[in-house]
Design a protein around this ligand. Structure first.
Ligand code: SF4
Length: 258
C-alpha cells in the first residue's frame, strides 16, 4: 500500500506509562498536525530526544508502519499485565487532515478489542463513524476541551477541530452507547482567558468521566499570583457538578492544594 505520509519503523510499541490515570500506552505516530501552543509537552520531549528538529517538522506526522506487526508480537507477552491501553500521550490518534493516522488508530483499536484489551482514546480531532463499528462497550473515548471560545482555540490549538464539532462527535458516540470522557487540561487561568467553567461543564454533561488538570508548562501561569486559589475553586465547582450529575471525576495531582 502506498502511503501519503512519512513513516518510521520501531522495534517496540506497547509500554507502561507514568501518567497517573493510565496503564499501558502506544505511540504509533511521531508529530501532530494540531500544533498546540500551550506548549505541547509531547513536542518538547520529541525535540529533546532528537525525534524532530522544529515546530514545522512536528506538524508533519510520521506513522509507525509496522505498528500492527509489533502488536502481534507484544500482545501475547503482555496481555495478562494490561488493564487498558491509551492512544496516545505523545500525539493525537484522530488528528485533523491525516486519514492515514485515523486508519491506523482504528486498526490498532480493533486489534486490541479482538484481544479483549480495553482502549482509552483522547483527541482534539473528530471521531470517525467507523469507530462505532468496533462493538466494544468497555472502551472509553475522550476529547480534550478547555474552553468553548473559538478564538481561544485558534490561539492555542491552531489546527484542531472546532470545539462544537468535537463535542458533537463525542456526543454521537455517547448516543450510540459508548463510554465517553473529557480531559479538561491544561485549564487556562484568567490572565490567559476568562470564562465560566460551568458553561463548559453543562455542554458536556452527557459524559461518563471528566479529568481536570492545571496548566503547567506556560510562563504566564507564574504571573497569575492567585493561581492556586483559582484552581481550588475550579475543582470545588467541578466536583459539585460531577456529583450532582453522576459523573466520575479525576483531579490531576498538583491541581488541588488545600
Ligand atoms: S493535540 Fe496533543 S499531541 Fe497534538 S499538538 Fe496538541 S497537545 Fe500536542
Amino acid at each position: 500500500m502506498m502511503l501519503d505520509i512519512k513513516t518510521i519503523k520501531r522495534k517496540s510499541l506497547l509500554y507502561k506509562t507514568q501518567v497517573e490515570y493510565a496503564d499501558y500506552t502506544i505511540n504509533h505516530i511521531i508529530g501532530c498536525s494540531h500544533g498546540c501552543l500551550y506548549p505541547c509537552y509531547a513536542m518538547q520531549m520529541s525535540k529533546r530526544f532528537g525525534r524532530i528538529a522544529s515546530y514545522d517538522e512536528w506538524l508533519k506526522p510520521r506513522i509507525i508502519p509496522n505498528a500492527l506487526e509489533l502488536l502481534d508480537k507484544e500482545i501475547p507477552r503482555l496481555k495478562h499485565k494490561i488493564n487498558s491501553v491509551h492512544l496516545c500521550f505523545m500525539s493525537d490518534p484522530f488528528m485533523m487532515g491525516h486519514p492515514e493516522v485515523t486508519d491506523l488508530s482504528l486498526e490498532i483499536i480493533d486489534k486490541l478489542h479482538k484481544n479483549a484489551i480495553k482502549t482509552t482514546t483522547l483527541t482534539k480531532g473528530l471521531y470517525p463513524y467507523k469507530l462505532s463499528q468496533i462493538k466494544n462497550t468497555i472502551n472509553e473515548y475522550g476529547i480534550t476541551l478547555v474552553s468553548l471560545d473559538e478564538e481561544h482555540r485558534k490561539n492555542f490549538e491552531p489546527n484542531s477541530s472546532s470545539y462544537l464539532e468535537r463535542i458533537n462527535s463525542l456526543n454521537e458516540l455517547h448516543d450510540l452507547g459508548f463510554k465517553t470522557w473529557v480531559s479538561m487540561e491544561p485549564y487556562p487561568t484568567p490572565n490567559i482567558f476568562t470564562q465560566d467553567l460551568l458553561l463548559i461543564l453543562e455542554k458536556i454533561s452527557f459524559v461518563d468521566k471528566i479529568v481536570f488538570g492545571r496548566l503547567n508548562y506556560n510562563s504566564k501561569i507564574s504571573k497569575y499570583k492567585d493561581n492556586q486559589t483559582f484552581y481550588n475553586n475550579c475543582c470545588d465547582q467541578l466536583i459539585r457538578f460531577c456529583e450532582d450529575n453522576d459523573i466520575e471525576y479525576y483531579i490531576k495531582k498538583g491541581t488541588y492544594r488545600p
